[in-house]
Write a protein that binds this ligand. Structure first.
Ligand code: C5P
Length: 217
């Protein structure tokens, strides 16, 4: 079904790293019985494939080929969630040819029936500008670093809050400052600041916005 057909629903969720959009997106997809794609995983998988093959992260033609060959069915969130892969992904993500290849794959996914939830940095602005509803989920850098730190400690991984906060800020700067598809809210996105909100409260806030959008569709 065409992306912008009235019968097809696309929920676009954007925001910076560790703002809670992943958990929120999965909850929303489950609630509405929609397919979910964490588009960050597509950039992470591209970066990991380059690292595994000993290839450079900044050769655009090589990275484009890897991005074109990406198979969405092989994405393993557990393996790809490593902090270092996130860093590498944000370097690969500045290259326009890589973005073009991955956006094409993401758009094909977005058209799946009966509806889809995509989360990332540029879903509402570039990948699905005609999405049924657009949410921009954010939180302060300190809150996001604290959550990442708690997650890593819970998994028994070594974690230093100050280092994580530095990384969060550096990644924000790279994602917001790049020339191609920088991270920013779409003009018609609804802002959800989760700094002082539980995931359940964020989910309820999102649901109200989604229900309203579905009614006027
Ligand atoms: O969301 P996640 O932390 O997994 O994303 C990893 C990196 O991939 C981001 O820092 C960003 O540079 C890039 N990305 C992107 N566009 C998306 C999703 C992720 O540029 N739609």
């Amino acid at each position: 079904m065409a992306q912008n057909s009235p019968a097809h629903t696309i929920i676009a969720i954007d925001g910076p790293a560790a703002a809670g959009k992943g958990t929120l997106s999965r909850r929303i997809a489950e609630e509405y019985g929609f397919h979910h794609l964490d588009t960050g995983l597509t950039y992470r998988a591209t970066a990991k494939a380059l690292i595994d093959r000993g290839l450079p992260l900044d050769d655009e033609a090589v990275a484009e080929q890897v991005a074109l060959d990406l198979d969405l069915t092989g994405l393993d969130r557990e393996i790809l969630s490593a902090h270092a892969i996130g860093e590498a992904a944000s370097k690969v993500a500045i290259m326009p040819a890589v973005r073009r290849a991955l956006v094409e794959t993401q758009r094909r996914f977005a058209a799946k029936a009966p509806g889809t939830v995509l989360d990332g940095r540029d879903i509402g602005t570039v990948v699905c500008p005609d999405a049924t509803v657009k949410l921009y989920v954010t939180a302060t850098a300190e809150v996001r670093a604290r959550r990442r730190h708690e997650e890593m400690v819970a998994k028994g991984q070594a974690a230093d809050y100050a280092t994580i906060l530095d990384d969060v800020r550096r990644r924000d700067a790279r994602d917001m400052g790049r020339a191609d598809s920088p991270l920013k809210p779409a003009d018609d996105a609804h802002l959800i600041d989760t700094s002082e909100m539980s995931i359940e409260a964020a989910f309820q806030a999102a649901k109200v916005l989604i229900e309203a959008a579905l009614k006027t569709k």
